[in-house]
Design a protein around this ligand. Structure first.
Ligand SMILES: CC(C)(COP(=O)(O)OP(=O)(O)OC[C@H]1O[C@@H](n2cnc3c(N)ncnc32)[C@H](O)[C@@H]1OP(=O)(O)O)[C@@H](O)C(=O)NCCC(=O)NCCS
Length: 202
């Protein structure tokens, strides 16, 4: 049986971004306005309007920087949505992509299917593997509308924690896409010269 879902996780721990430049520049402009016209009403009006926009901007930024991101363990009822998300994300289809196999994985892996949720939607997934020797990461996929917001990084951070808890000293991640290669290169993962050989039983 899968363990109970965990989360939400603090965004800072996963390096989720805040988009700050408008905030900094508006504060600068507000202060500049009062310096130009220190006693006049006009300067202070500009200052107050700018500060109002600062807070409005900060509220808007919060909604676009995934503050509501939750990483949790996948459950049986996630299977169909996870398979659909893989197809939508463009993950290469495999003979292993069936609801039955995914259900078995959830039961046997003890919490190594992770699902990222934002705005009530499943927006990312990842499978972790632990064979008592190495850790593995498979099926990392993020919904196309939610990319470049740190979701994959958050998923990897959480699976690394779980694999290390099981004793992993090394984690292997396979990718065959340009996005995937760029993503792994952005983390402290080294490209290996290993050649992968695969046998498929049908
Ligand atoms: C690869 C993938 C999982 C990345 O997900 P993501 O949530 O967008 O990644 P993140 O936002 O966590 O990216 C973290 C960093 O990785 C790098 N990165 C991610 N995608 C990138 C891209 N397409 N091009 C260049 N760099 C990229 C960047 O350095 C990024 O940080 P930045 O946005 O601050 O510059 C996503 O593009 C995807 O699902 N692709 C299709 C499936 C796939 O290729 N899976 C790979 C494993 S099989």
């Amino acid at each position: 049986m899968a363990q109970p879902a965990r989360g939400p996780f603090p965004c800072a721990r996963h390096g989720l971004r805040r988009k700050c430049p408008p905030f900094a520049s508006r504060v600068r402009r507000s202060l500049a306005a009062t310096r130009l016209d220190p006693l006049g009403l006009a300067g202070w009006r500009v200052c107050l309007v700018n500060l109002g926009l600062v807070f409005a901007n900060r509220a808007a930024d919060d909604s676009t920087t995934m503050n509501d991101l939750r990483i949790r363990e996948g459950q049986h009822e996630d299977c169909d949505s996870v398979l659909a998300l893989w197809r939508l994300a463009g993950v290469r289809p495999s003979v292993t992509d069936t609801p039955e196999r995914l259900r078995l994985f959830i039961e046997k892996s003890g919490g190594l299917l992770l699902v990222a949720e934002a705005a009530g939607q499943r927006v990312g997934t990842l499978l972790g593997g632990w064979d008592q020797w190495r850790g593995h990461i498979y099926r990392l996929a993020v919904h196309p509308d939610y990319r470049r917001r740190g979701i994959a990084r958050a998923l990897v951070g959480e699976i690394e924690r779980r694999l290390r808890d099981r004793g992993a000293a090394r984690i292997y991640a396979l990718t065959y896409t340009e996005d995937g290669a760029a993503f792994w290169a952005s983390l402290p993962y080294e490209r290996t010269s290993d050649t992968a050989f695969v046998r498929t039983f049908r």
